[in-house]
Design a protein around this ligand. Structure first.
Ligand SMILES: [Zn+2]
Length: 212
């Protein structure tokens, strides 16, 4: 059934989500994408969201929950991979109730274990192709040819603007304060798997697939 990826920013869960979606047909439910999609529709809710985000506030739990519920209902026949949700205890409880209404349940929750210093190193090594958006890590997942995008052959690999040390530190801090306690919550239910997120890309994939 459904999976959750819990982990701090830049821990590699986005990359692993893409691999799982491709291999096993999971529906990738990213709340960040949901917010962006809603804004793009220009709906009343989307306009309200745009305002709050422009003011530097992330979508409130209430709005995120509303969008999430709709998206779960639309994809109830699929196995869903939750990426970036839940972030807080109240969201974890909400998720349980919505899944129950839709006759679903969480099968497993993966916690991507990595410390803040290592994350920082990763982000400072992360580059994006300006032409096609492909993401590389010069340490763990470099392009085959130095400075050239594997995907499109572009030669303009740049660091992403929001990957500054300061922004990352604050996002990491909020992860450890708000989200990390969910680890115990799922551990007590016996559905938690701790993934060594310091391992290479392929090894992390193996750790996940082994318990699916
Ligand atoms: Zn490219």
């Amino acid at each position: 059934m459904h999976l959750v990826f819990l982990g701090p920013p830049a821990c590699g869960k986005g990359t692993q989500s893409a691999i799982l979606v491709q291999k096993y047909d999971y529906y990738h439910l990213s709340t960040g994408d949901l917010l962006r999609q809603e804004i793009a529709t220009g709906s009343e809710l989307g306009q309200a969201l745009k305002q709050t985000i422009e003011q530097g506030v992330l979508g409130s739990s209430e709005i995120v929950n509303q969008l999430l519920k709709k998206d779960i209902e639309n994809h109830r026949q699929m196995s869903i991979l939750f990426d970036g949700y839940p972030r807080k205890m109240d969201q974890a409880i909400f998720l349980d109730s919505v899944l129950k209404e839709n006759k679903g349940a969480l099968k497993r929750v993966f916690y991507f274990d990595i410390n803040a210093d290592e994350l920082l190193q990763r982000v400072l090594n992360r580059v994006t192709c300006n032409a096609c958006g492909a993401v590389y890590n010069l340490q763990t997942n470099p392009p085959k040819e130095d400075g050239v995008c594997d995907n499109c052959g572009g030669r303009d690999l740049v660091r992403r603007g929001d990957d500054t040390e300061e922004v990352l530190k604050s996002r990491i801090q909020s992860f450890y304060e708000e989200t990390a306690p969910l680890k115990d919550f799922y551990q007590e239910r016996g559905i938690l798997t701790v993934v060594n997120a310091r391992a290479s890309l392929d090894e992390v994939t193996k750790q996940i697939i082994n318990v699916l």
